[in-house]
Write a protein that binds this ligand. Structure first.
Ligand code: ADP
Ligand code: GLC
Length: 487
């Protein structure tokens, strides 16, 4: 199939979260599976032109959007042979961070990503690449299905091109005040209806995407169920309900090249399920790095996360002082909410040797925490898929998770009778439930260490590779094409 993968972020160029991991890795996996794939993303300022050998492809490159024409450029490179294009327009994309200024979303995000969405199709046309499917992700590219079907492309070129919209997180919808943006981005009055883009007098990009996309997917089967009703749908469940038969949940895979303890350059020594000596070394390195007591018998609970409401770290915040009276260590790497950054950044100074934290985004530390911890905390309120619990299992680190979305689909709770399980799972969104579950893990660590070792081996034996997901997307693309034919 000819597939155009459009995303606002993608590895190896840059990521702010799982969307970047998934867009880049999935594109490459589809390419390796023999599909003709091109990946398109914005040329964000922090993407290094030299490192990625970006060369000019089209300059100037005209993008027509609503009432305006933009003079942009297109840069080109290849990732393992896969053609990749970056749309350069500095007024929109030179800034960093890429979605907000650290506190508030950029006020022109609606224009920025409408521009990118339209530019993706203009590029496709300029390349003479008529895809079978354009694969879009989240609100940033949710206008593509609309542009594809309605505006300026009624000619033959995109006549057979279907669109697929993946929901990585329905908590982010691309909501913009007022309808003034509509003519600028090329929405006409027909689209300004509540079942398309209009929402409470403004625009909702994701909702419009639901209307126009041929196929809708999300990143785990359980999340696919959760978003079809409230509160999981975050206000959009009734719009998704109309498309129920077109909604599929496809569990993300993980990049088993990058997240593999047998060849992780960020760990002091490689290790496998058969020989865990390297894991002990990683733990020692982690304890040293975070100035914790270096002691193999103290269990380390790791965290790597965006600090956002979704992730549930207010539950940890509520019990942390009590946890610090227990015989354990906690290491946290995270950034996001400023109040939470302040709180978790301050803790090591009052609990030296037991609590370590680094506020920021640091892939090297993420790898060291996955490798060096014994347990990994993800008390998410909701979690569309979650990648870190899968990374943890691959590293023999047992996840402690709330049973929601992809966490419920990937982590098997310990059965104390059989010793079977790959982690510890709780249901209630309460500090007490989290505390009890950490307590259970701690009890098991101190009293039933062979169970922990057996669980780690079971966790490491799980297959989270992309093969299954690639098959799922192939089916979803085929469904999208069938629906496109009937449009
Ligand atoms: P989400 O996309 O909701 O943030 P995921 O679990 O799907 O959650 O993916 C998060 C990704 O971002 C993982 O690859 C994780 O390792 C990475 N990550 C999150 N926070 C940090 C951080 N502070 N430093 C380094 N990597 C991080
Ligand atoms: C989102 C979700 C996360 C998911 C990721 C990749 O950011 O919050 O659960 O793993 O997208 O699909």
């Amino acid at each position: 199939m000819k597939i155009l993968m459009a995303a606002s972020e993608a590895v190896p160029f840059l990521k702010t979260g799982g969307l970047g991991d998934v867009a880049g890795t999935l594109a490459l996996e589809l390419h390796k599976a023999g599909h003709e794939v091109i990946l398109v993303l914005p040329k964000h300022g922090i993407i290094n032109t030299q490192k990625f050998e970006l060369t000019p492809k089209f300059s100037p490159f005209f993008v027509h959007l609503g009432t305006a024409t933009f003079f942009a450029s297109v840069l080109e490179t290849r990732i393992e042979g896969m053609p990749t294009y970056l749309i350069e327009y500095d007024d929109f994309f030179s800034r960093n961070p890429i979605y907000d200024d650290g506190k508030k979303a950029y006020p022109d995000n609606g224009a920025r990503f409408a521009f990118f969405s339209k530019a993706v199709l203009d590029l496709s046309l300029a390349l003479g690449f008529a895809p079978d499917v354009v694969h879009c992700s989240d609100w940033q590219t949710a206008l593509i299905p609309y542009y594809l079907k309605t505006w300026g492309f009624e000619g033959d070129f995109f006549r057979k091109t279907a669109s697929l919209l993946t929901i990585h997180n329905i908590g982010y919808q691309g909501i913009f005040d007022g309808l003034g943006l509509a003519p600028f981005i090329g929405l006409n009055w027909m689209q300004l209806r509540p079942d398309e883009f209009e929402a409470f007098g403004g625009l909702n990009y994701l909702k419009g995407g639901f209307f126009y996309a041929d196929q809708i997917t999300t990143v785990s089967p359980t999340y696919a169920q959760e978003i079809l009703s409230e509160p999981g749908g975050n206000g959009l469940s009734s719009y998704l309900e109309r498309r129920k038969s077109d909604v599929m949940g496809i569990l993300n895979g993980i990049d088993t090249q990058e997240w593999n303890p047998a060849k992780d350059p960020f760990l002091p020594a490689p290790y496998t399920a058969k020989n865990l000596a390297g894991k002990a070394k990683a733990k020692e390195a982690l304890q040293k790095e975070f100035l914790l007591e270096v002691n193999p018998n103290k269990p380390v609970f790791g965290v790597v996360s965006r600090l956002a409401d979704q992730k549930g770290f207010d539950l940890l915040q509520a019990i942390i002082h009590e946890l610090m009276t227990w015989d354990l260590q906690i290491v946290l790497l995270g950034s996001g909410d400023k109040e939470m950054e302040g709180f978790f950044g301050w803790l090591p100074s009052i609990y030296p040797g037991k609590m370590g934290s680094y506020i920021g985004f640091q892939p090297r530390l993420a790898h060291l925490i996955e490798g060096g911890s014994d347990f990994f905390l993800m008390p998410s309120r909701y979690e569309p898929c979650g990648l870190n619990q899968m990374y943890s299992m691959a590293y023999g680190t047992l996840p402690i998770v709330r049973a929601t979305g992809g966490l419920a689909d990937t982590v098997t709770n310990l059965d104390p009778k059989t010793g079977k399980g790959t982690g510890f799972v709780f249901n209630d969104i309460t500090p007490g439930a989290l505390k009890d579950t950490i307590g259970w893990a701690l009890y098991t660590w101190y009293n039933e260490r062979p169970v922990i070792e057996k669980m780690a081996k079971q966790a490491m034996a799980q297959d989270f590779s992309w093969a299954k997901a690639v098959k799922g997307y192939e089916q979803a693309y085929a469904k999208a094409l069938t629906r496109r034919m009937g449009w």
